[in-house]
Design a protein around this ligand. Structure first.
Ligand code: FES
Length: 565
C-alpha cells in the first residue's frame, strides 16, 4: 500500500525494496496496483455472523459503504473482527466486550489504514468498537445495522425482547397457553436487525449518534429500510473526507460530547447498560464520568421519547418521527452545539433544519411537554452500595420506589435458577430478592441476570413486580423495580455479599438510598468469615477476572485505561 500513513505503519522485511515488491504482489489479489494505494485506504470492519443474529444482513450495507468510499476517491478494504450476539453467546457477551474492544483496537493499529468504518449493532458490539476506536484514534465512523421492524400478534405490536420477557411471564403465570406462546414466538423477531425497543442496542446506537460518531439518523432507521443503504453509502463518502480533515475520535468524543450523549440517553429513557459502556468509552480517552453526573444530568433532562420499555412506541415509529436528531433538536438548549461530529459539521449545524412533525408528537414529545420532567436513570448509594448502584425508576413500579422489606438471598445465578420457582420457597411480594455473585468478577462477566424472575407461585397470585437487587446488569429491554450494578460487587467482598436471608433492606429512590439494616458488629463478623467464591479460571477468563474494573468504572481492563483527566 502506497499512501503515506500506510507506508509509515508497515514494518519492513529488512529490505525496503523487497518489502514494496512483496506487497505489490499481494495487492494484485484484488486487482489493484501501487497507484491505487496512493488514495486513502479505508478499512471496513465487518462483523457479519450467522451466529450473531443481529448481524446477519451486513452484506449489502458493506457494499453501500464501499460505493461511498470509491465515489469519494478512497480504497475500501473489508476485514473481520469478533462478532458478539446476545442470544447465543455464553456465559454472557459482556465477558467478551473487552476482548472485542481489544480486537478492534489492535486490528486498526496493525493494518495500514487511513480511516475505518466500524459496522456493529448488537448490544456489546457498538461499545466495544467505540472503545477500540478511541484507543486506536484514527479517523473512524461507527455504523450500526439498524433495528428490526415491529412484530405483531393479534393486533398488538411485539418488541424484542421486552415482549419475550412479558409473554414468558404471562405463560408462567398461567395466563396464556403453549399454543399462543408459540404463535407469539414466531413474531417476536420478524426481520433482520437488532432489538427494536429502546434496549441496549438501540440506546448505544442513539448515544453514538449523539456523541457525534455516527451519521445523523443512523441509529433509528430500520435494518430493512432502503434509507439504511443510503446512510451507509454517505458514511463511505464521509470517512474519506474525515481522513482528509484528520478528524479522529479523540477530537470528537470530548467531555462535552459525552454530556450530549448522556442527556440524549436520559431523554430517550435508554438502557442502564449505557452507564457502564459510556464510562468505558470515555475511560479510554482519560475522561472520567462519575456516576453522580448521570444522575444530575438525568434530573435536568426531560424524558421526551415515548419508547418501550419505559414508553409506548418502538424504533420503527421513532425513525419515522426523525430519530435521534429529532430528540436532539428538542434538547437544543441543553446541548453543547459547537461539538464537532463525523459529518465534519457541529452538532448545531447537523440539527439546524430538523423539524418534528406534529403527526409524530406523541413519539417525540416537545421539550416543555415531556413524558416525564426528568430522565430515566437514578444512582443510589448507601451501606449496601458504597460505590453506587443504578435503577431505572420509569421502568419500575411507583409503589415500590420507597420500600423496606425482608431480604431473600440467592447466592449465585445458578442458586437462583434452582430455587426461585420452588413452591416451598418462603417468599412474599413484600420481600426483597437479593442476587449475589453476578458481578464482573463473580459471574464472571456481569450477566443480564438482574431482572430476577418473580417466583411462579407469586405470579399465579397476580404479583408482577418486586424489589430486586444485584451486582448484575439487566437487559435494556427489561423492566421492573430492579436495582443493578451494585459496587463493589459481592465476590470481591462488597457488602452485597454480606446480606443474609431475613435481613432488612431499604430502598428509597427519591432519597437515592440503598441500606442494609444490620448492626455494624454483625457485619464485621460476617466480613471476617467472608470467603471469595471466585473459582480459578484459565486463559481469557483469568485475564478478565484479574483485570476487570468494577461497574462504576465501566468494567474495562485496568491496563487499557490511561490516567484520568
Ligand atoms: Fe442483539 Fe437484542 S439480541 S440487540
Amino acid at each position: 500500500m502506497g499512501n503515506e500513513r500506510g507506508k509509515q505503519k508497515l514494518t519492513s522485511y529488512g529490505d525496503a525494496g523487497f518489502s514494496r515488491f512483496i506487497r505489490q504482489a499481494f495487492n494484485r489479489h484484488l486487482g489493484y496496483d501501487e497507484k491505487d494505494f496512493e488514495k486513502p485506504v479505508i478499512g471496513i470492519c465487518n462483523t457479519e455472523s450467522e451466529i450473531n443474529r443481529c448481524h446477519t444482513h451486513f452484506g449489502p450495507i458493506v457494499d453501500a459503504i464501499k460505493r461511498g468510499v470509491l465515489m469519494a476517491g478512497g480504497i475500501p478494504l473489508e476485514f473481520p473482527t469478533i462478532s458478539l450476539g446476545e442470544i447465543f453467546t455464553s456465559p454472557t457477551t459482556m465477558l467478551y466486550r473487552n476482548l472485542a474492544a481489544m480486537d478492534t483496537e489492535e486490528m486498526i493499529r496493525a493494518q495500514p489504514l487511513d480511516g475505518v468504518v466500524l459496522l456493529g449493532g448488537c448490544d456489546k458490539m457498538t461499545p466495544a468498537q467505540l472503545m477500540g476506536a478511541a484507543s486506536a484514534d484514527i479517523p473512524t465512523i461507527m455504523f450500526t445495522g439498524g433495528p428490526m421492524a415491529n412484530g405483531e400478534y393479534e393486533g398488538k405490536t411485539l418488541g424484542a425482547c421486552s415482549d419475550c420477557r412479558f409473554y414468558w411471564q404471562e405463560y408462567r403465570a398461567g395466563k396464556i397457553d403453549e399454543d399462543e406462546l408459540s404463535k407469539i414466538n414466531a413474531s417476536l423477531a420478524p426481520t433482520a436487525g437488532h432489538c427494536m425497543v429502546m434496549g441496549s442496542a438501540s440506546t448505544i446506537a442513539v448515544c453514538t449518534e449523539a456523541l457525534g460518531m455516527m451519521i445523523p439518523e443512523g441509529a433509528a432507521v430500520l435494518a430493512t429500510d432502503n434509507r439504511r443503504l443510503y446512510l451507509a453509502k454517505e458514511t463511505g463518502r464521509m470517512i474519506v473526507e474525515l481522513v482528509e480533515k484528520g478528524l479522529t475520535p479523540s477530537k470528537i468524543m470530548t467531555k462535552n460530547a459525552f454530556e450530549n450523549a448522556i442527556r440524549t440517553l436520559m431523554a430517550v429513557g435508554g438502557s442502564t447498560n449505557a452507564v457502564i459502556h459510556l464510562t468505558a468509552v470515555a475511560g479510554r480517552l482519560g475522561i472520567e464520568l462519575p456516576l453522580e453526573w448521570f444522575d444530575e444530568l438525568g434530573q435536568t433532562t426531560p424524558f421526551i421519547a415515548n419508547l418501550r420499555p419505559a414508553g409506548k412506541y418502538q424504533m420503527e415509529e421513532f425513525a419515522r418521527a426523525g430519530g435521534t436528531p429529532a430528540v436532539m433538536k428538542e434538547l437544543e438548549t441543553l446541548l453543547h452545539l459547537d461539538e464537532i461530529t463525523v459529518t465534519g459539521k457541529t452538532v448545531g449545524e447537523n440539527i439546524k433544519d430538523v423539524k418534528v412533525s406534529e403527526v409524530y408528537r406523541d413519539i417525540v414529545r416537545p421539550f416543555d411537554d415531556p413524558l416525564h420532567k426528568d430522565g430515566g436513570i437514578a444512582v443510589l448509594r448507601g451501606n449496601l452500595a458504597p460505590n453506587g448502584a443504578v435503577i431505572k425508576p420509569k421502568a419500575a413500579s411507583k409503589h415500590l420506589l420507597k420500600h423496606k422489606g425482608r431480604a431473600i438471598v440467592f447466592t449465585s445465578p445458578q442458586d437462583m435458577e434452582k430455587r426461585v420457582h420452588d413452591p416451598e420457597l418462603d417468599i412474599t411480594e413484600n420481600d426483597i430478592m437479593i442476587l449475589q455473585n453476578a458481578g464482573p468478577v463473580g459471574a464472571p462477566g456481569m450477566p443480564e441476570a438482574g431482572m430476577l424472575p418473580i417466583p411462579e407461585k407469586l405470579l399465579r397470585q397476580g404479583v408482577r413486580d418486586m424489589v430486586r437487587i444485584s451486582d448484575a446488569r439487566m437487559s435494556g429491554t427489561a423492566f421492573g423495580t430492579v436495582v443493578l450494578h451494585v459496587a463493589p460487587e459481592s465476590a470481591i467482598g462488597g457488602p452485597l455479599g454480606l446480606v443474609r436471608t431475613g435481613d432488612t433492606v431499604e430502598l428509597d429512590v427519591e432519597k437515592r438510598k440503598l441500606e442494609l439494616h444490620v448492626p455494624e458488629d454483625e457485619l464485621e463478623r460476617r466480613r471476617a468469615e467472608f470467603k471469595s467464591p471466585v473459582i480459578e479460571s484459565r486463559g481469557y477468563t483469568r485475564l478478565y477476572q484479574e483485570h476487570v474494573l468494577q461497574a462504576d468504572e465501566g468494567c474495562d481492563f485496568d491496563f487499557l485505561v490511561p490516567e484520568k483527566k
